[in-house]
Design a protein around this ligand. Structure first.
Ligand code: SF4
Length: 444
């Protein structure tokens, strides 16, 4: 094995595994790409996959590309929306829902989770959100226990929005809080202060009609360990249903990177400090007996299931709706056109505006099993051997042995469980295991 390959796959030795197992942290979910479908072949390919029945637990994703905020770390392309835009976009989504409703890929097999994401879906007018949700519930074959999530901000979580979404059938709100600290929030460009965020979350919780989940980020500019602990304790005392704990990633050429570079914002925590914040977050969740549903997600009680995220991370089929939505169907990754006017025009002309497709490689189910397993901190290699006929344990033996020796994994027969350090580096480990496995399969 070359030195470069060693660096890609193997952990550093003789260092603290939590803070220094690798020199760089992978930011995105582990996986592999695919082969682009030629533009001219996209309509025919879409037709083909719409005629293949779904046969596994699945999701539907609705992209609402509007937002009122300008968060510095946000890389999403978004539009502003007035009343007319809200109405026209909702009409277009409902038209899109009707378009393929009788096709085998849509009809005939239950959908287990629906997610309205963006942007900020609650930028749509309450009456538009309600009729969109009602159309989703009427048109799509939802399972009786289907999770229906609306992504929103605390400031948008007002009585009108809550009532409209609940009347429409939503049973879960995912609220981007990031930090409760007013100064840290201001640094990010968030509009509401701690008091306002608390007030909105408390009134949504007291309605007791849907699960309330929040996102928290560690390593934000101006957020030290004390502020992070306060963020965690505030969440735990609020007694809402769950939280995601995410690490801040500062991507090059973003407004956040520029603000840090010019000194307008304090430097965010370095990787080692972020690792300690992660560790503290896990400890505080454990201390309150929260249920861990993935490496980044916890539930405080029985209402929260995190169905959409779990299904997505294990590569479940996903029907995409809305400008810029991405989905996975029939062995293809599909992208709906993200240009708002083009999307609206194509739909008005009666065409599903699919603008990009990638044919997933044949190893995709195996990759999904590895990435989905490690996302929960546990990999049953024996089960993968039985299902996919691939013996990860013997093909990746040197890698697994080194990760065990350096404190990243526990081993138990044909199973691997991530240590706390391994949990922090989970995406690195999943990607390294997938790459190492594929390279060694090719050379066999
Ligand atoms: S609220 Fe969400 S979508 Fe809008 S700018 Fe902030 S992070 Fe981006």
């Amino acid at each position: 094995m070359t030195e470069r390959a060693e660096r890609r796959f193997f952990a550093r030795e003789g260092v603290d595994p939590l803070t220094a197992a690798f020199t760089r942290k992978s930011a995105v979910h582990a996986g592999i790409g695919g082969k682009p479908v030629e533009n001219a072949l996209i309509p025919k390919t879409w037709e083909k996959i719409m005629n293949q029945p779904r046969t596994a637990s699945s999701t539907a994703y609705f992209h609402i590309p509007f937002c009122r905020n300008h968060c510095l770390y946000c890389g999403f392309y978004k539009y502003s929306a007035d009343r007319a835009t809200s109405r026209d976009y909702t009409d277009a989504l409902i038209r899109e829902l009707h378009m393929d409703r009788d096709k085998p890929a849509v009809f005939g097999y239950p959908l287990h989770a629906v997610y309205l994401g963006g942007g900020t879906p609650t930028v749509l007018a309450p009456k538009d959100l309600e009729r969109l949700l009602k159309a989703i519930c009427n048109i799509l074959p939802l399972a009786n226990d289907s999770e229906i999530t609306i992504e929103t901000t605390a400031a948008d979580l007002n009585e009108d929005i809550l009532s409209a979404c609940i009347a429409g059938g939503a049973n879960r709100f995912s609220v981007g809080v990031q930090s409760f600290d007013t100064a840290v929030r201001k640094n990010l460009g968030r509009r509401s202060d701690r008091e306002k965020v608390m007030e909105c979350l408390q009134s949504a919780r007291d309605k007791n009609a849907a699960a309330i989940i929040i996102d928290l980020i560690y390593g934000l500019p101006g957020q030290n360990m004390t502020i992070w602990e306060n963020d965690m304790k505030t969440f735990l005392d609020l007694e809402i249903d769950g939280a995601d704990l995410y690490q801040l990633n500062v991507f090059n050429n973003t407004p956040l990177a520029a603000s840090v570079e010019t000194g307008r914002l304090p430097k965010p925590a370095e990787l080692a400090e972020q690792a300690h914040m992660f560790k503290r977050g896990v400890e505080l969740m454990d201390a309150r007996h929260c249920r861990r549903l993935s490496m980044t997600h916890w539930a405080t009680g029985g209402r929260e299931r995190n169905m959409y995220n779990q299904l997505m991370k294990s590569g479940a089929p996903c029907l995409p709706y809305g400008a810029g939505a991405g989905g996975t169907l029939g062995g293809y990754l599909c992208m709906v056109n993200g240009h708002l006017n083009t999307y609206l025009k194509e739909l008005a002309a009666g065409r599903k505006p699919v603008s990009g497709m990638l044919a997933a490689p044949p190893q995709k189910p195996l990759i999904n099993a590895i990435a989905g397993g490690l996302e929960t901190g546990y990999l049953n290699m024996e089960k993968i051997r039985q299902t996919h006929g691939i013996d990860i344990e013997s093909i990746c033996a040197p890698l697994l042995e080194q990760w065990w020796r350096t404190g990243l994994i526990h081993r138990d027969g044909g199973r691997v469980k991530l240590t706390l350090a391994g949990q922090f580096w989970q995406v690195n480990l999943a990607q390294a295991l997938i790459d190492h496995l594929l390279e060694n399969l090719e050379s066999q």
